[in-house]
Design a protein around this ligand. Structure first.
Ligand code: NAI
Ligand code: AKG
Length: 437
């Protein structure tokens, strides 16, 4: 496989190219398959079922037409991939981004299968998306896209079938529209059809912060094993949205020096540490880091060579490629994003003694609290934020500890150890369920 991830051109109004037929589309699915190949030798007798992980169970590509504010008709490509349902209903986010394509959603769904099993959540893995740039659309247009998309995939989702949640480019409002559309189409107000909802609609306290909080907890645990205290540690974060913004805030509030931040608009550096609260306020007001005056702007090349203790990639997949892995001066990488490190870069980091806490463990706090939300919706009994955060910490630290021990026993990376735990659970379920004779 190649180690570069080309970004295909945005599919906006008038596009007639289906991205999954485009041979130039990026290949995160190849990274996922390579990760499965790497874990297969550790699976013993279950290895005969390993091919299951390389074949998504069900994939939908749907046309999402809307009437735009100017009266024109536009078509968008939508996807929902249910990668594996052996352990329970599908679960995973919904991405709105101009470069989303089927290959990417397949990989993201596969990583959800692994993540959910690694945390022992009673779910399979799924993911969805619409190939659209949400920044170029009005709220009205986004609502129409969301409602149409939800109707198109409506027969395949449901509280006990497949439960979407937010991801890049979507948020609580998107989930409210999805829930309402599902309710209109089925005649049932089933709040558990999506998670990450607004609190008054059955959302959970702490869900908005959960992924970033979990990233911080994973970093803290990894630091404990490497003798690095977050207090006073030098930290850089890539991506300053839901995940990166909250992770940066948690480090900042724990006394770390957040020396660098990067989003799609700017790369910022301040050796004495950036005031993360001020940066978050700037992004809340302007939608981007560009223009923030509490740090200097640096070049991308300099950013990848800054000396630091923790690096948190929390933007998109394929960011930490081999060339950057050779330069990176971090002691621990904690993957907030899904798939930020290519397999080739992973090998280089390992050779260089840089510890990587993989996405399928480090960013699992979001889906863990989504699970809490789903359970609360079913029981119609809601927990306090303190209860949620305590349970989140318990589940994250428990998973981290057992995966750390397994990695030490089997002499593997944390990524391989996480995949071992997850694939054993998924494939044992597959074997026990059996195939139709
Ligand atoms: N939202 C959630 O609960 C979860 C999200 N994730 C993953 O975390 C990552 C980020 O997701 P969210 O924070 O929800 O998305 P978001 O849309 O809230 O934020 C994305 C951030 O990445 C930045 N970004 C985009 N392209 C970039 C580039 N080329 N270089 C630098 N920065 C760039 C954007 O400016 C923005 O700050 C994704 O990989 C997502 O799949 C993983 C687990 C759960
Ligand atoms: O909260 C969820 O259900 C899924 C979040 C997600 O998409 C992810 O963990 O990548």
């Amino acid at each position: 496989m190649t180690d570069t991830i080309p970004i295909p051109p945005p599919a906006e109004r008038g596009s007639s190219t289906l991205s999954f037929l485009n041979p130039a589309a990026p290949e995160p699915w190849a990274s996922f398959v390579e990760q499965i190949d790497r874990v297969t030798p550790y699976l013993g007798g279950l290895a005969r079922w390993a091919e299951t992980m390389k074949r998504p169970k069900r994939m939908m590509v749907v046309d999402v037409p809307i009437i735009r504010d100017d009266g024109s008709v536009a078509h968008y490509e939508g996807y929902r991939v249910q990668h594996n349902l052996s352990r329970g209903p599908g679960k995973g986010g919904t991405r709105y981004h101009p470069a989303v394509n089927l290959n990417e959603v397949m990989a993201l769904a596969g990583w959800m299968t692994v993540k959910n099993a690694a945390l022992n959540l009673p779910y399979g893995g799924a993911k969805g998306g619409v190939r659209i740039d949400p920044h170029l659309h009005s709220q009205g247009e986004l609502e129409r896209v969301t409602r149409r998309y939800t109707s198109e995939i409506g027969a395949f989702i449901g509280p006990d079938r497949d439960i979407p949640a937010p991801d890049v480019g979507t948020n609580e409002q998107t989930m409210a529209w999805m829930m309402d559309t599902y309710a209109m189409n089925t005649g049932v107000t089933a709040t558990g059809v999506v998670t990450g909802k607004p609190i008054p609609l059955g959302g959970s306290l702490g869900r908005h912060e959960a992924t970033g909080r979990g990233v911080f907890l994973a970093a803290r645990e990894a630091g404990r094993h490497r003798g690095i205290d977050p207090r006073g540690a030098r930290v850089a974060v890539q991506g300053f949205g839901n995940v990166g913004g909250m992770a940066a805030r948690m480090f900042f509030e724990a006394g770390s020096r957040v020396i660098a931040l990067q989003d799609h608009s700017a790369t910022l550096y301040r050796d004495a540490g950036i005031d993360v609260h001020a940066a978050l306020a700037h992004v809340a007001a302007h939608g981007r880091l560009e223009g923030f005056e509490g740090a200097e702007t640096i070049g991308d090349d300099d950013y990848w060579q800054l000396p630091m203790d923790f690096f948190v990639p929390a933007a998109l997949e394929g960011q930490l490629v081999a060339e950057r892995a050779r330069k990176l001066q971090a002691r621990i990488v904690v993957e907030g994003a899904n798939g930020p490190t290519t397999p080739a870069a992973d090998d280089i980091l390992q050779e260089r003694g840089i510890l990587v806490v993989p996405d399928v463990l480090a960013n699992a706090g979001g889906v863990a609290v989504s699970y809490f939300e789903w359970v609360q919706d079913f029981s119609s009994f809601f927990w306090t934020e303190e209860e949620i955060n305590q349970r989140l910490e318990r589940i994250m630290v428990g998973a981290f500890d057992s995966i750390w021990k397994l990695a030490a026993e089997r002499k593997t990376s944390l990524r391989t150890a996480t995949f071992i735990v997850a694939c054993q659970r998924v494939l044992a379920a597959r074997e026990q369920r059996g195939l139709y004779p």
